[in-house]
Design a protein around this ligand. Structure first.
Ligand code: ADP
Ligand code: MG
Length: 437
């Protein structure tokens, strides 16, 4: 075996820090081009990968570089000869160099799609950006990976700067915060770090759960919080779990985190996922048909980053091919990353997936009942099975608790008719079908 390159060492750590499928999509084909004591240069598949990687995975990459003992290096990504973008693996006191301008211009309220899953978080974020109130201080935004916490925090920063251009907005990832404290202590410049933090009119601290368990940083966070809070300055935290679920969180910080408003972001429902895809496509001025957006939105349910990543992959594929995006093209672009199981789903999986759209378990779909909220999803499931498998009507009937084949036939006719009348419903069904065919 050859010795691993620096980039391979980084990948080793990165692998466990990001979603497996994201890793496959964005990093599998990356290769180290060359390496100097300052710079690691990495080859990616196409120029568009460069911006996607640096926008979405910069912090995980720099974290992985640190874990691999390569913390001081700059990492440059490029495709075929150009070294366009750079992800700097954190070195030195980043806080001092970083301006509020470090906000990602793509993460604005205008680009944030709302739905039931995130409406409250969005409203609270907007409120805090525009007014800042005691009641909402701190604002604690909680939600799973890739659901838009970081996006909202940057949006708050942008909005505040546009409303109050003189305000000092400080956005920090928790790693940067911890690094600052560690370096501040080591180089005896804690006072400067403190001054800068406490000058903030609004402090946005992302992924605060990473601070917990690091004693010096926890203390500094507590003191910073108190100083800002007492001066009436706004603080916003994000975390992947609720304060009471952060392991090892001490009481005094917990009571601070819980002292304002806690809002959570849930995985987006189908309509919102589709709307997000439409928005991403529009922003890139790419035409995206409904059958493709429903196909993607039905594949990826719990992580917007991944959803957007799949869209991006399809867009890149279409560009490289010189063909417009179609359902077939999307399927081909994603064939390496979509699990085989998803390509050839069993009837049981189809029933589960259709039921899940209405929050129903397979056993509920099969229950002996005439309640409309069960009957209708059951009819849809029957219809989708008819369209995507070679099962006969009697076989389909049997899958739903021994229904007669005429029941199956009636169901299928009813859904076919409804598809003609209701275009939104039609899109939903088309999405199911294209997912399993
Ligand atoms: P988190 O910080 O919760 O892990 P991010 O804020 O980094 O998630 O979001 C991941 C990606 O998904 C980003 O590209 C972001 O723009 C996008 N995204 C998430 N939620 C939305 C939304 N509601 N509307 C538009 N884009 C979204
Ligand atoms: Mg985040």
């Amino acid at each position: 075996m050859d010795k691993p390159t620096a980039w391979e060492k980084i990948l080793e750590h990165l692998k466990s820090r990001i979603d497996e499928r994201d890793f496959e999509t964005w990093f599998r084909d990356t290769k180290q081009r060359h390496e100097t004591p300052e710079v690691i240069s990495v080859q990616v598949r196409a120029p568009l990968y460069v911006s996607w990687i640096s926008e979405n995975f910069a912090s995980q990459i720099s974290e992985s570089a640190q874990l691999a003992g390569l913390g001081g290096r700059e990492i440059r990504f490029g495709a075929d000869g150009d070294a366009s973008s750079t992800v700097a693996a954190a070195k030195g006191p980043a806080l001092v160099r970083k301006k509020a301008g470090a906000l990602n211009p793509a993460y604005t309220f205008e680009n944030f799609v709302t739905g039931n899953s995130n409406r409250l978080a969005h409203a609270a974020a907007l409120r805090v950006a525009e007014h800042g109130t005691r009641q909402y201080n701190p604002l604690f935004v909680c939600g799973g990976a890739g659901l838009g916490k970081t996006h909202l925090m940057h949006a708050i920063g942008h909005r505040r700067l546009s409303r109050q251009p003189g305000d000092k907005v400080v956005y920090l990832t928790s790693e940067t915060f911890v690094n600052e404290v560690v370096l501040g202590v080591r180089f005896n410049r804690m006072e400067a770090v403190r001054q800068r933090l406490r000058a903030a009119d609004i402090l946005l601290l992302d992924d605060v759960q990473f601070v917990i368990g690091k004693e010096a940083s926890e203390n500094e966070l507590f003191n910073t919080f108190n100083a800002l809070y007492d001066d009436g300055h706004q603080i916003v935290f994000s975390s992947d779990v609720l304060p009471r679920e952060i392991p090892g969180l001490n009481e005094r910080l917990k009571s601070r985190f819980e002292g304002g408003l806690i809002v959570d972001i849930q995985p987006p429902e189908l309509e919102t996922r589709v709307a997000i895809l439409r928005q991403k496509a529009e922003a890139r001025q790419i035409a995206l048909d409904d059958d493709v957006s429903f196909f993607l939105a039905l594949k990826i349910k719990t992580n917007v980053r991944q959803l957007a990543g799949y869209f991006e992959r399809v867009a890149i594929f279409s560009e490289m091919r010189g063909e417009p995006i179609s359902l077939d093209l999307a399927k081909e672009a994603l064939k390496d990353v979509l699990r085989d199981a998803e390509q050839t789903a069993s009837p049981a999986e189809i029933i589960r997936a259709v039921g899940a759209h209405w929050g129903l378990k397979p056993t509920e779909l099969k229950a002996r009942t005439k309640k409309e909220q069960i009957v209708f999803p059951r009819q849809v499931a029957m219809y989708v099975l008819k369209e995507t498998t070679s099962l006969s009507l009697p076989e389909i009937g049997r899958l739903f608790g021994d229904k007669h084949h005429t029941t199956a036939l009636y169901s299928i006719r009813k859904i076919a008719a409804r598809r003609e009348e209701d275009s939104e419903f039609n899109r939903l069904v088309t999405g199911f079908i294209s997912q399993y065919r």
